[in-house]
Design a protein around this ligand. Structure first.
Ligand SMILES: [Zn+2]
Length: 127
């Protein structure tokens, strides 16, 4: 049997309480402190995910409002930024005419070949 020294550690949950242990893997005062800590971490993850989602939704709503019933539209980046769209927000890429284009949900963002200040928003349909 090997003897391990008693260590005095601070609870990882941030409560500031100290505890003594011989175990090397003990990080929390007790299970309740561990659970509270895990819940907090989980909530923070959820909150930042939600924030991200709402930014996507806001920009997507702007695209849809501008396009109306049109299936595609050529617009300047400046105009879209002025309307409040965050052009860098994308959810995936869509292959189109041999290239991968940034896409926000069902709206493809195609950079203009002639003028980088312009882009074409194109709705993706399954037709
Ligand atoms: Zn604690």
């Amino acid at each position: 049997m090997s003897y391990r020294e008693m260590n005095t550690l601070e609870c990882k949950c941030g409560c500031g309480e100290m505890f003594q242990t011989r175990k090397t893997n003990k990080e929390f005062l007790n299970l309740k402190h561990q659970k509270d800590h895990n819940n907090l971490v989980q909530n923070e993850k959820y909150r930042s995910l939600n924030e991200m989602e709402s930014r996507h939704r806001k920009t997507h709503d702007i695209y849809k409002k501008i396009m109306g019933k049109k299936s595609q539209m050529r617009l300047s980046r400046e105009f879209l930024r002025g309307a409040g769209a965050e052009l860098g927000l994308i959810s995936n890429y869509t292959p189109f005419e041999g290239k991968q284009h940034p896409t926000l949900h069902d709206v493809m963002i195609i950079t203009d070949k002639e003028d980088n200040n312009y882009l074409t928003l194109k709705k993706i349909t399954n037709e």
